[in-house]
Design a protein around this ligand. Structure first.
Ligand code: ADP
Ligand code: MG
Length: 485
């Protein structure tokens, strides 16, 4: 009864055949082979999952809704432990499903467990306040679970993004319906089984697999969902938000970026270079918060480009299981898209400073793209403006602090910014001026930081995930005013 072979949804703690009977193949990006099948969910499956979740919550009277905060915390700690106990199995599944190097999949698994651990400890620290009001009154606020929350998850970090979203939603007392990505979600099906075995009541967590335009669209538009959280592309984010708006339901959107890493001439380059490279190469550049632009003060631009070129030349690309520096991208469509950016920029005469190499063992049928760094990319160029979602880095020089801020903020996105400088006053000035949800100074935190609120501005989305802040988004505030005199 392994989820990888049975092509079923997980509803009410049971493997449930898709209403349509249809399945869809799961492809290994490292060699292009089909190795499993998923249930192809539709509106009827979503309906069953929402009903299960509603019954589990039932306004605080259902089997999950009745859990006290302390009991939820204890159970969530068991979920964290279940991930730890099955860490290698989960990491191997994630590695095969997404193509990411095994070390990355293991790190993702550790973060996955951390989300449940963090939110386990937070369950009984989430509370309202008492407010001063007129004489003779006591007024309090209650932090109430929304009820049923919908979660649409992408394929780049299935476990991490499920952990940060579903972990926080469960901790706040919601019952969840999850539509993971059609390209990668086997680790999540495995987790659902582990969660049920650990004692999560039926209906608290339901997973419906399938395509976005079928199962995903049905979830976003469902009138009995109280909140939707979505991570994915800006275009799909708009569609999801519009569907939820028809029901006046709140939405959290995390939509990607074109995040800059700024390097001033006084920076510790020895420390910066490996971090600059990792920020774009991690997960083959398929990271919302990838540091995909490196903006360098003129005096050191050429030196930084040379060092980046040397670092890129040392990068080896190959199958996830070979655990090299960079795996394949997720699918053939994504490979064509990313390679298209590279080919077009080359054809236009943009300067290729360096590329990685493909390992001899990499199957021809895998979806590989060589990491590529382009130097002196004009600020208006596609590579400086658009999210490539692949291992492609664009550098550009800046003249001074004002120019750096202008370039850094000069894209439609605003997710993360990195800053390398030893000047403390500049660190503080820039931290305030950079238009982003997170600013990392003398480090870069793509994907990291369970404890750190994360989210964007502009086309990077709105709402905050991770940290304690995320819990607030998974509740609604109720004000209770009592007159006693
Ligand atoms: P990609 O095109 O790379 O798959 P998306 O942003 O479209 O990126 O996908 C992110 C998630 O959103 C996936 O789980 C996908 O199935 C889902 N999705 C795609 N289209 C829709 C839609 N119209 N409504 C709801 N969810 C969708
Ligand atoms: Mg896959």
């Amino acid at each position: 009864m392994t989820p990888a072979t049975q092509a079923a949804h997980f509803i009410n703690n049971r493997w449930t055949a898709p209403a349509s009977g249809a399945t869809l193949p799961v492809v290994d990006p490292s060699d292009g082979d089909i190795f499993a099948y998923l249930a192809r969910g539709n509106a009827a499956d979503i309906e069953a999952a929402v009903r299960a979740a509603r019954t589990a919550h039932d306004g605080g009277d259902g089997p999950w809704g009745r859990f006290s905060a302390v009991e939820r915390g204890r159970l969530m700690m068991k979920l964290a432990q279940a991930v730890v106990d099955h860490a290698e199995e989960l990491a191997l599944l994630e590695c095969r499903d997404t193509g990411k190097p095994l070390a990355q999949a293991r790190a993702d698994t550790a973060s996955f467990a951390r989300y449940f651990e963090y939110y386990a400890g937070a369950c009984d620290k989430l509370h309202g306040e008492t407010l001063p009001y007129q004489r003779g009154y006591t007024v309090m606020t209650l932090r109430c679970a929304h009820g049923v929350t919908g979660h649409i998850i992408p394929w780049n970090y299935p476990m991490q993004i499920f952990g940060r979203s579903v972990g926080a939603a469960l901790a706040a007392g919601n019952a969840c319906v999850v539509k993971p990505a059609e390209d990668a979600c086997l680790s999540l099906l495995k987790f659902a089984e582990l969660a049920a075995a650990a004692g999560l009541p039926p209906g608290a967590l339901n997973i419906v697999t399938g395509f976005g335009h079928e199962a995903g669209a049905a979830l976003a538009a469902h009138p009995d969902i109280d909140h939707i959280s979505f991570t994915g592309s800006p275009a799909t984010g708009s569609v999801v938000a519009q569907a939820a708006a028809a029901n006046h339901r709140p939405v959290t959107l995390e939509l990607g970026g074109k995040s800059p890493q700024l390097v001033f001439a006084d920076a510790d380059l020895e420390a910066a270079i490996p971090v600059l490279v990792a920020a774009i190469i991690q997960n083959a550049g398929q990271t919302c918060s990838a540091g995909s632009r490196v903006l360098v003060e003129e005096a050191v631009h050429d030196e930084v480009v040379q060092r980046l070129a040397a670092a890129f030349a040392a990068l080896r690309v190959g199958p996830g299981q070979a655990d090299l520096d960079c795996g394949p991208v997720i699918n053939a469509r994504q490979r064509a898209r990313v390679q298209g950016y590279i080919d077009q920029a080359r054809a236009e005469g943009l300067q290729v400073a360096g590329t990685g190499t493909l390992a001899a063992a990499a199957p021809q049928s895998g979806f590989y793209v060589l990491p590529t760094v382009f130097a002196n990319v004009p600020p208006a160029h596609r590579l400086a403006q658009e999210e490539v979602f692949g291992p492609v880095l664009a550098t550009a020089p800046f003249t001074d602090e004002a120019d750096a801020v202008r370039l850094a903020n000069g894209t439609p996105y605003g997710l993360v910014a990195g800053l390398w400088t030893r000047d403390g006053a500049r660190q503080l000035r820039m931290a305030r001026k950079l238009h982003a949800g997170q600013v990392f100074i003398n480090n870069y935190g793509a994907g990291g930081g369970v404890e750190l609120p994360f989210g964007g501005v502009k086309h990077s989305g709105y709402g905050r995930e991770k940290g304690f802040e995320a819990l607030l988004g998974f509740t609604s505030l109720k004000t209770v005013a009592i007159r006693h005199d």
